[in-house]
Write a protein that binds this ligand. Structure first.
Ligand SMILES: [Zn+2]
Length: 139
């Protein structure tokens, strides 16, 4: 009898990397960031470059637009990080930088949660005010 020792992990099944059709070398999975194919994965040969698309579908529509925007944002962020690393006399360690970014992310999440509550509260207040006006108006 077989016991179920191995958990079903979706990530464990790796796509089989095809060989380059020009030289037969094994390819590696890479990601394209061109204007036509942002975020689309392809198999890359060390000699010939592009070998085959890994993602069958081309990026299109709003997904493509948002991917391009994300790409450009990342580019800008990378540039600013580079500038920070060059000009930074007191070098912040990567670990500190990561912590800072994480706490900023947490803060923005908290802010969003608070904003949502404020909106809900103000709606509640608005309804109460309307109700009072209606009740007063009837008299
Ligand atoms: Zn090749």
């Amino acid at each position: 009898m077989l016991s179920q020792s191995s958990g079903s992990d979706a990530n464990s099944s790796r796509i089989w990397d095809p060989l380059c059709c020009n030289c037969g070398r094994t390819t590696t999975l890479a990601k394209s960031w061109t204007n036509d194919n942002p975020g689309r994965r392809f198999f890359k040969c060390v000699v010939h470059g592009f070998a085959k698309w890994a993602d069958e579908q081309r990026p299109y529509g709003w997904q493509k637009v948002s991917l391009l925007e994300a790409r450009d944002e990342i580019k800008v962020l990378k540039e600013s990080l580079k500038v920070m690393n060059v000009s930074g006399s007191n070098s912040i360690s990567h670990e500190e930088e990561k912590k800072k970014l994480e706490s900023e992310l947490m803060a923005s999440n908290e802010r969003e949660k608070m904003l949502r509550q404020i909106i809900l509260l103000s709606w509640g207040g608005f309804i109460v005010v309307i109700a009072i006006i209606l009740v007063m108006g009837k008299k």
